[in-house]
Design a protein around this ligand. Structure first.
Ligand code: NI
Length: 248
């Protein structure tokens, strides 16, 4: 079930049988000459919807703007500061907790969000820890799950792309978006074929090191067919992981 397509009464009924919710979280940032700017938000969103078709799960609206300051040297990228994103995550969780949600499963599509999401979880737990006389709210637990690091996805990406997977504008994430939006598949030249790798600092430094936006990846290997395989693998893995989390 998608939260945005449900009525409040349907959410009430869902809460009688489950206290879990999946919150896709991504980013709005360049993904090289072949990847969509929405890649990191689209991937967890389509996987979360697939999970909700497979098992009984509620999917919250995607937090589609993340911590991507290092991508601001490229047109179209939009970023929140770490502190802003932490505030967004905290308010989303507190809103859901007010209704009785106790297991918030953040399905993430952007490596640059990881540190900030974990810091936001610490803020949320600190709210409970600092409450005088204990908290009168149910115990909220949050989990971060990076779809691209799901074991089945990692294995498949390694088999399909080997060293050409890289770490940004990867053929696996681009494939998944092509599968989700086949009418939007891109065609463009890439030079060099495999992008350079290196550290990530600020936006200007990023653009100097990685002129077309990719890191270590050959996005031209992406295909709709691979996207379907990655989607199927991810949905099975993530559904299992989500069920383990909400039942723990
Ligand atoms: Ni990405």
């Amino acid at each position: 079930m998608q939260l945005q397509l449900a009525t409040w009464q349907e959410v009430d009924t869902y809460l009688e049988r489950s206290r879990g919710v999946i919150i896709p979280i991504g980013s709005t940032e360049q993904h090289g000459p072949l990847g969509f700017i929405g890649t990191d938000a689209i991937c967890p969103e389509v996987i979360a919807r697939g999970v909700a078709e497979r098992i009984d799960a509620l999917v919250a609206p995607t937090i589609s703007i993340g911590m991507a300051q290092h991508h601001l040297g490229f047109a179209g990228s939009i970023s929140l500061r770490p502190s802003t994103l932490m505030a967004v995550i905290r308010d989303v969780v507190q809103s859901l907790a007010r209704h009785g949600f106790e297991r918030c499963y953040f399905l993430n599509g952007h490596g640059g969000n990881v540190a900030t999401i974990n810091a936001a979880f610490s803020e949320i737990y600190a709210d409970a820890s600092f409450a005088r006389g204990g908290s009168n709210q149910p115990g909220v637990r949050c989990k971060l799950s990076n779809w691209y690091a799901a074991p089945a996805v990692k294995n498949l990406a390694a088999k399909l792309y080997g060293n050409s997977e890289g770490s940004h504008a990867t053929p696996s994430e681009v494939s998944l978006t092509y599968f989700a939006y086949p009418d939007c598949v891109k065609s463009a030249d890439q030079d060099p074929k495999i992008a350079p790798t290196g550290p990530i600092l600020d936006a200007d430094d990023y653009r100097r090191r990685f002129p077309d936006g990719r890191i270590g990846a050959d996005s031209s290997l992406a295909s709709i067919e691979d996207g379907k395989k990655l989607y199927d693998a991810a949905v099975i893995d993530i559904a299992r992981d989500y069920e383990n989390f909400i039942n723990a």
